[in-house]
Each structure stands twice: as C-alpha cells, then as structure tokens.
Design a protein around this ligand. Structure first.
Ligand code: PLP
Length: 377
C-alpha cells in the first residue's frame, strides 16, 4: 500500500499529464501570460458548468471575497455577518476593509452557519451575510436568502470548499454553490476540489452591474486600460493556471464522485462506533467532501490524531480555534462561551484523508486503525 496523504496531487496529475502538459506548452508558446485567451475560455467553461451568468477569475479565493465585498460599496463600520467556525480568510477581508465582522455560531451537525442566529444579529448597519459552505456542503441557503431579501442585505457565498456542490430549494430547483447569493466566491488553491498548480480564485454573479464592477475592481478599477473609474486591486488568474484549470474542470464531477466514494466507505466502515460522530449529509445539498470531518467525544480527539499518525495516517484539525479566540479577531464582546458549538467543535473535530486518488486498501487500513483506537478505549 502506498503511503497515505491528505491530498495526492501528483497521482492526480499523472492521470491527466498529457492534457495538462500540452495546455501548459500552448501557453508557453503563445506567451500571453496575463489575460491570455485561456482565461476567457476557462471562465466561459466554468460559467457553463455552474450555470452562473458571469464568472470573473482572480488571484485567489481570499481576493475573491475581498473584491466581492468591495463591490457592495460598504462604509467603514458596516457589519458583515459570518460563521465563527471557518477559515480565517472569510473574516480577514472584512477586517481589512474596516468593516465589522459579526460572528455567529454554527450548526453542530453540518458545521454551517446557524441561520436563526444570523437573522437575530441583523442590525441597520448590516451590509452582508457571508455563509461558508464548509467542508463541501452548502449552508442552508433558502431561509438565509429569504432573510437577506427581507432586510435588503447581500449574500456573498464563500464556496471555496464546495465548488460542484448543489443546493436544492423547496420547489426542486437546483443551484450550484456560489451561484445562489448575489456574489459567490471560490478558490483554486491546490487542496480545493478544483485545484490549480498555485493560487487562483473566481467570483460568480448573475447581476450585470455587479459583474462589471467585480471585473473592474479585480483589474485596478479600469474598464479601459489606464482609465481608472474605481479603486481596485491587482488580482488576476494567470493564463497558465487558467489553462490547467480548463483541463481539470472537465474532471471535476469525476473528482467529486471519487471523494464521495471515499466518504461513503468511511460512513459504512466507521458507522456505529461509540464516541465517534460521522459527518451529516444535509437533505438539501449534495456534499463534495473537500473534507471528511468526524467528531470525537470525551476529549479523545488529540489522542486519536496521535494514534493515527503513529500508524502512518495523516489527519488535520480544521479548525483548532474558532475566530473569536484568534488574537487578531478578539473582541471583548465575544468571551469564552459566546459560541458554544464552535468552541466544542474546535476541540472535537478531525478531518480524515479524503481525495481523488484514495484506494480501497488505504481506506480499509484507515478504518481499521480508527476502529482499533476505539476498541482499546
Ligand atoms: C481556501 C479558503 C479560502 C481562501 O482561498 P485562497 O485561495 O487560499 O485565498 C477562503 N475561504 C475558505 C472557507 C477556504 O477554505
């Protein structure tokens, strides 16, 4: 059995090597390294895939979130509601723009934003809500969209971990993660489901005016070269990454299926272990398993992590500190106990290896190790 990794980018690359290599070679021969034709081609392909009217690529997922917020023209001190249990980028861009992050707790089973708490935290200064589709499954968008509409607030989705997931509305309508709110953001960081060979990101919108603003903001606020109508940033997906992503996009559903197969294997083999909570699949969203995240009761998480490591099984804690415990985001308003679910999750979650190249042997081995840990308790 090959050594187990959290992600296996090399093995994934080898399977599509010829296509990727020739896409790269084309870029090298054409030498349009910035805004080459492959950037437009990839944006168009991703728009077709997700059903978004507009896809605007940018430098990374963090920039996507920042540019999305900038497009709302917020005033310093405006509030943005976000889950307290997420990757730091979601809060970082809010703080960078001198906006006020308003944290809310998450659902203990889906890890996603608690919709009732989001609603309860809306004030006249609230500018937007940023739900994060954590670990690959959509937040509960239908009630959230209803609340936002009622208050005239924008929804900016953080779909960095959930590209390819689909949310089902009560009337049966299916929408891709990132194409539900006013603006959706995603990342092509190497560990994401659609991953490039460096940094990359994109924004989605169906709104003509927002699309233009996002595109201008990402490119120095210019529509015409050297004519700057907005204060913008320099955030572009480079042509090499776009060419690679265009090849990989054709495999995204296959990649999601491989992750789902690994998750199903875990579900089946780890089911019924006392003290181990498996990830819940929400009824109204597919799950593309950017992470397979279990919860370990009784303060045994770190012991399981160490045991796995001893047996050659990597695992990760996403995330060891909720945002209100991070020094950079401390606020006297949010003391210990302010977000009990997130606080408990940060002590009990563990993400097991899940990627496109996992073999049945590897999955069986990991499950055996986990089972033997709980047997010995
Ligand atoms: C990865 C990630 C981001 C940031 O994406 P980068 O491309 O690394 O900047 C933002 N939010 C979430 C939830 C992420 O997982």
């Amino acid at each position: 059995m090959e050594p187990i990794k959290m992600v296996d980018l090399h093995k994934q690359y080898l399977k599509i090597k010829d296509d990727v290599d020739s896409a790269i070679e084309e870029v090298l021969n054409e030498t349009a390294f910035i805004q080459g034709r492959q950037v437009k081609e990839f944006e168009a392909a991703l728009a077709t895939y997700t059903g978004a009217r507009y896809v605007i690529s940018c430098g990374n997922g963090t920039d996507a979130l920042q540019i999305a917020l900038m497009a709302l023209d917020p005033k310093p001190g405006d509030e943005v509601i976000l889950p307290v249990f997420t990757y730091v980028a979601t809060a970082e861009v809010i703080a960078l723009l001198r906006l006020t992050p308003v944290f809310v707790d998450v659902d203990p089973r889906t890890f996603n934003i608690d919709v009732e708490q989001a609603a309860a935290n809306i004030t006249e200064r609230t500018r937007a809500i940023v739900p994060v589709h954590l670990f690959g499954q959509c937040a509960d968008m239908e009630p959230l969209m209803g609340i936002a509409r009622q208050h005239g607030i924008a929804i900016i989705e953080d779909a960095a971990q959930a590209l390819g997931a689909q949310y089902r509305f009560a009337d049966g309508t299916l929408r891709h993660a990132g194409v539900i709110g006013q603006i959706g953001c995603t990342s092509f960081f190497p560990s994401k489901n659609l991953a490039c060979f460096g940094d990359g990101g994109a924004m989605f919108t169906n709104d003509d005016a927002l699309a233009e603003k996002l595109r201008m903001t990402a490119n120095h606020g210019q529509r015409v070269k050297y004519i700057h109508d907005l204060v913008g940033v320099n955030s572009r997906l480079d042509t090499l990454q776009a060419a690679i992503l265009k090849v990989k996009l054709a495999h995204l559903d296959e990649y999601a299926s491989a992750r789902q197969r690994a998750a199903a294997h875990y579900d089946e083999s780890l089911n019924g272990i006392d003290g181990l909570v498996l990830p819940l699949r929400a009824k109204n969203s597919t799950h593309v398993f950017n992470q397979y995240t279990v919860q370990i009761a009784n303060g045994r998480r770190d012991a399981l992590k160490a045991f796995l490591q001893e047996k050659g099984v990597p695992s990760m804690v996403y995330y060891p500190l909720p945002l209100h415990f991070q020094k950079a985001y401390k606020n006297p308003q949010y003391g210990a106990g302010a977000f009990p679910v997130a606080e408990k999750l940060s002590e009990s979650v563990l993400s097991l290896p899940v990627h496109t190249e996992m073999t049945t042997d590897q999955l069986d081995y990991i499950c055996d190790v986990v089972r033997s840990f709980f047997r010995s308790q």
